[in-house]
Design a protein around this ligand. Structure first.
Ligand code: FPP
Length: 233
């Protein structure tokens, strides 16, 4: 059928287990995982995928031990400063979704800088879910809509699915065709609950640090051989 794949969403899981298996600290897994982010972003673009959304840090991840959270934040600092330049060179636009206000101010500034610097890149978009939780996203959207109705800026009758889609953090970005979760876990973990309504799910036992572009391309090929019916027959 070869349906084009516009958008892939990934839950990058298994960094900790990858490291533990090798007798390394968990943070070594996150480090290797961050390198894979760059490789897979370029590989997705090469395959013609226009949007890639990666779950880098969930609202629940704030509850991890402080030193692990600090390491992840430092990795992010480093990556936002150094490695993302490479994505810019590849004409990839970068944007972020999530509860920004929970992040350190220097990280927020870097995020804004990257969004601004890459805003005209048009080969592909890398959307990074950072301090993200889907229920919080939906709750915020409900509040925004309620406020508009209360102010008289929107009628109750006019609210439909598009109203909601257009007010989520992901506004303007088509829903994912494919969801991939690495490491063998089969859960959504509060990721894009609204947006994944009709996506095809792929669960692979591979830990994120071992995930390769060959595996990505294999998943795309399998997706293209599946038939999506969107509830129709
Ligand atoms: C899940 O593995 C992964 C994370 C919580 C963080 C993902 C972050 C990265 C890949 C690196 C930074 C990202 C960017 C965008 C530079 P886990 O720790 O839950 O692994 P486990 O389930 O084996 O413990």
């Amino acid at each position: 059928m070869n349906e084009p794949v516009k958008h892939i969403a990934i839950i990058m899981d298994g960094n900790g287990r990858w490291a533990t298996k090798r007798g390394l600290p968990r943070t070594a897994g996150h480090k290797r995982g961050a390198e894979v982010v760059i490789d897979i972003s370029k590989a997705a673009k090469e395959a013609g995928v226009k949007y890639l959304t990666l779950y880098a840090f969930s609202t629940e991840n704030w509850k991890r031990p402080k030193d692990e959270v600090d390491t992840l934040m430092n990795l992010l600092r480093q990556y936002l400063s150094e490695n993302f330049e490479e994505l810019n060179k590849n004409d990839i636009r970068i944007c972020f979704i999530g509860e920004r206000e929970m992040l350190a101010s220097d990280i927020i500034e870097k995020m804004q800088y990257l969004e601004e610097k890459t805003k005209n890149n048009s080969s592909a978009t890398l959307q990074i879910a950072l301090s993200y939780g889907s229920r919080a996203e939906i709750t915020n959207t409900v509040k925004k809509i309620a406020q508009k109705v209360k102010n008289g800026d929107m009628s109750l009758e006019s609210i439909d699915e598009k109203t909601i889609s257009d007010m989520l953090y992901t506004k303007g970005i088509p829903d994912p065709d494919i969801l991939i979760r690495t490491s063998g876990e089969q859960r959504l973990s509060n990721y894009l609950l609204w947006q994944l309504a009709y996506s095809e799910f792929f669960f692979t036992p591979t830990y994120w640090p071992d995930f390769t572009k060959e595996e990505l391309y294999e998943i795309i090929k399998t997706y293209q051989s599946r038939e999506r019916r969107y509830g129709k027959i």
